[in-house]
Design a protein around this ligand. Structure first.
Ligand code: CA
Length: 491
């Protein structure tokens, strides 16, 4: 055989192999489940009606919980926007993914943003033939000059930034923004828009985004996604984030006749006080709950759209949040602290026939979400070795499997990453240690079983317990995540 014809034969065989690989991948991906991942911003894990902890009206979540695995101790390891979102997307802890703080013009100096080179779970799904949609808040790009025109960007300080297509990690349908908190007049960049363009809307953000999500799910005429392929849709709603008063009046109705005392059931809120936290709690509890009721209402619409499209059996649905909200608990106004209201988030997952409805107290860490979801979707082999989280797919499916004895808590100043707060949440205790430049480390220890509202700091009374939790739980986490907080001597 002549060299050229041999070459032609090789090329032809290669083409056949490639073609059959491609069609196998298409056939495989057609059988994989869809994913709908819904996460409102700043919704604490206690604020769901079915839990009976707070008088918040969530009929759709109450029903959904009956069909789902409900994790009652899901932890947002770094309970603030960008660090959570980077952990969610990369499956890595902050020191490994480079997002040590919120993405703003100030932290841009530390290249504090999601890396284009990181392989996110969405990159994996894109390579497996999924259609991928992202709707809502992204907050993973560092603002750069000249800052985009936005009410929350000024010459001196900027929050909002456009995400260029090459930084979208596989999402081919895009309707999102960096940060934008005017919930009744939201603004978005759609898939093909340039940085200076914007869709300006006169509708409550979650409602508008749900209208679009329903179109994406229904996919009339194949407009939004490939009809023959599975899809993953992320719904990142901004409420119940501040400003709490930007909520449609109809969602306030269930709370109209309730007193502050009836609504605030948390013993760690100083109801009568004159402090900032007390004032926020009294002024905003109705609005905060109304926003959650609104989010619940929109979530119900998504669930109905899935059922009407006949997709509910083939779709994994997750409902969670990036972090919680103290709203006056411990006199703290929002999040980014170790307290339960900030640290514990909702986590409900439904996959009919594959995950039995039940409650579980698994200490889920944020980086675990990526490997767990891909493993559930049959893509365990595609999880990069660099992912720092662990898969709980077996435990989700069967109720049995390895259980971590703790989840880490972090707060990192990007300019001094060896300082800040670190801690652990175990099944019973919360330990938090704060390092500042000029003072010895400060310890806080709570017994969440005997003191669920964390009113007592037991650190001075129980030094042996502090030492044991540090040695057996915190230090192994710090070593595993190569945290400079540990110091050279491992102290
Ligand atoms: Ca947030």
């Amino acid at each position: 055989m002549k060299r050229s014809s041999r070459l032609a034969l090789v090329v032809a065989s290669l083409a056949l192999v490639l073609q059959s690989t491609a069609s196998t991948a298409a056939a495989e991906s057609a059988r994989r489940p869809n994913l709908v991942f819904v996460f409102p911003d700043q919704m604490r894990g206690q604020a769901m009606g079915f839990l009976g902890q707070e008088p918040v009206v969530t009929p759709n979540l109450d029903r959904f919980a009956q069909q789902s695995l409900v994790l009652t101790q899901a932890v947002s390891n770094y309970p603030v926007c960008s660090p959570y979102r980077a952990m969610l997307m990369t499956g890595k802890y902050p020191h490994a993914n480079g997002v040590l703080s919120n993405c703003t013009s100030r932290t841009a100096a530390f290249d504090n943003q999601l890396r284009q080179t990181d392989r996110c779970w969405s990159d994996v799904l894109a390579d497996r033939g999924y259609s991928l949609g992202y709707i809502g808040k992204w907050h993973l790009d560092a603002p750069h000059k000249p800052y985009v025109e936005s009410y929350n960007n000024s010459e001196k300080f900027a929050w909002n930034e456009w995400c260029p297509p090459e930084r979208r990690h596989g999402f081919d349908f895009w309707y999102a923004y960096g940060t934008f908190d005017r919930h009744l007049t939201p603004e978005y960049w759609s898939t093909d828009m340039k940085r200076h363009e914007r869709v300006k809307v006169q509708q409550w953000g979650p409602e508008h985004e749900t209208d679009l999500a329903i179109k994406y799910i229904t996919n009339a005429g194949g407009t939004y996604r490939k009809p023959d392929r599975p899809f993953a849709l992320v719904m990142s709603m901004n409420p119940p984030h501040t400003p709490y008063q930007l909520v449609p009046k109809k969602y306030l109705v269930p709370y109209a006749d309730k007193t502050t005392e009836q609504l605030i059931t948390r013993d760690n809120v100083n109801l009568q006080g004159d402090s900032r936290g007390a004032k926020i709690a009294r002024a905003q509890i109705k609005n905060y709950f109304a926003m959650i009721t609104g989010v619940d209402d929109q979530f119900g619409r998504i669930l109905r759209a899935l059922a009407e499209a006949g997709l509910d059996k083939d779709t994994i649905v997750v409902f969670t949040s990036d972090h919680g909200n103290c709203l006056g608990s411990h006199d703290h106004s929002t999040k980014n602290v170790h307290y339960e209201e900030s640290l514990i988030v909702p986590f409900l997952i439904r996959w009919p026939g594959n995950i039995a409805p039940r409650r579980d107290d698994l200490l889920l860490s944020t980086p675990d979400i990526y490997p767990t979801l891909l493993d559930l979707m049959g893509l365990k082999a595609d999880i990069p070795a660099t992912v720092g989280g662990v898969s709980h797919a077996q435990l989700f499916r069967t109720g049995n499997g390895p259980r971590p004895s703790s989840a880490m808590y972090l707060w990192i100043p990007p300019e001094r990453p060896e300082l800040g707060r670190r801690g652990v949440r175990t099944d019973r205790y919360t330990l938090m240690i704060e390092k500042t430049p000029d003072a010895p480390p400060r310890h806080t220890l709570h017994d969440n079983r005997d003191d669920p509202f964390q009113l007592q700091n037991l650190a001075d009374e129980q030094p042996e317990l502090v030492d044991r939790l540090t040695r057996e739980e915190l230090v192994p986490w710090l070593k595993k995540t190569r945290d400079p907080w540990l110091g050279e001597k491992g102290k």
